[in-house]
Design a protein around this ligand. Structure first.
Ligand SMILES: [Zn+2]
Ligand SMILES: [Zn+2]
Length: 350
């Protein structure tokens, strides 16, 4: 089968590899669409970040590894002992491969598993015609969700988790810095949670335009607009109740900190390998809470429901559909050189 393999920094190849077959408790999935993620670009440009160079203790996988962790597809084969899933089921798997025995797995906080592997980094991923998943990863894709949309369940689950961790209350006000796929799903999850005002900060392009389309009354360009003045105006000078850092830059983190009210919450979602500087007093003197967020722990079910019910529109986040052969030459290149015109690029392995 055809697959996209990460060999090293700047070296991703489309190759023919043997089809995987499901072991006991696993299913084989025919991938319909897989989303191209900022994390894939990070691995391509500055990796390895999550890709192991030694065999992973759970999966035995190491580079070269098939990329892709945001995908959905149809079950085409079930392994020994699988009774609750059948051929033809529409599924989207969580990324986690877990040990099931460590401290965190015993507490059912499997996203903290000491030994975890993840599709597309330390287990073969979805940029391939077929992928194998243990059944504990599987969620049923609602029939109201198209295959294209289903590729965005995974990033939506991230956004759902970030918003739930921020504990929004009815009528609160929020700031989002960075309107990529995560920022724009955070925006919609916030609407679903009952916040009254969201200010979005993003450089001009399709991301900023989409933020407006999705209901952000204040969609600001950080280079031109006076964000602090708008935050003050919208919040009567108090600052927003919560801010979501979805850009992964020092300036956006500091903007989030300083735009948040006393006692407010700042979610750190953006990824970077660089060091940042900030004033600790911007946290301490104002009793602000900064918290991290990565991936999910059961939020797939909520994401699927919100997409199916039309409360989170992921359809309008898809800016390009490509074939697997064009993953590097078109997909990676577009996201690196023409990012302002893209939100989510999805890949069909067929
Ligand atoms: Zn991702
Ligand atoms: Zn574990």
């Amino acid at each position: 089968m055809k697959a996209a393999l990460w060999y090293g920094r700047g070296d991703v190849r489309i190759e023919d590899v043997p089809e995987p077959s499901p072991g006991p408790g696993q299913v084989k999935i025919k991938v319909k669409y897989a989303g191209l993620c900022g994390t894939d670009i990070h691995e391509y440009v500055e990796g390895p970040m999550f890709i192991p160079t030694e065999p992973h203790p759970i999966t035995g996988a190491k580079a070269p590894i098939i990329l892709g962790h945001e995908f959905a597809g149809e079950i085409v084969e079930v392994g020994e002992g699988v009774t609750d899933w059948k051929v033809g089921d529409r599924v989207s798997p969580e990324g986690y491969w877990i040990c099931g025995t460590c401290h965190w797995c015993q507490r059912h906080q499997y996203n903290y598993c000491e030994n975890l592997a993840f599709h597309g980094f330390s287990a073969p991923g979805g940029f391939a015609e077929y992928v194998v998943s243990p059944t504990y990863q599987l969620y049923r894709v609602d029939d109201r969700i198209s295959w294209e949309e289903a590729a965005l369940i995974e990033p939506t689950a991230n956004a759902v988790r970030a918003v739930n961790l921020a504990r929004p209350l009815l009528g609160e006000k929020a700031l989002i810095v960075g309107a990529g796929p995560i920022g724009l799903t955070v925006l919609q999850a916030l609407w679903a949670s009952g916040v009254s005002d969201v200010i979005v900060v993003q450089r001009p392009g399709v991301r900023l335009e989409t933020a407006k389309k999705l209901g952000a009354k204040w969609a600001l360009d950080p280079d031109k607009d006076d964000v602090a003045a708008v935050v003050a105006e919208v919040t009567n000078g108090l600052g927003v109740d919560m801010a979501f850092e979805c850009a992964g830059t020092e300036s956006s983190f500091n903007l989030c900190l300083r735009s948040t009210r006393k006692g407010g919450r700042v979610a750190l979602i953006g990824q970077t390998t660089s060091k940042w500087s900030f004033y600790p007093n911007d946290i301490g003197f104002y009793e602000r809470t900064v918290f991290g967020e990565v991936a999910y722990c059961g939020e797939f079910a909520i994401a699927i429901r919100l997409i199916a019910d039309g409360k989170i529109n992921v359809r309008d986040l898809i800016t390009m559909k490509i074939k697997l052969d064009d993953l590097v030459s078109v997909g990676f290149r577009e996201l690196m050189e023409n990012r302002r015109n893209h939100i989510k690029i999805i890949v069909s392995p067929e």
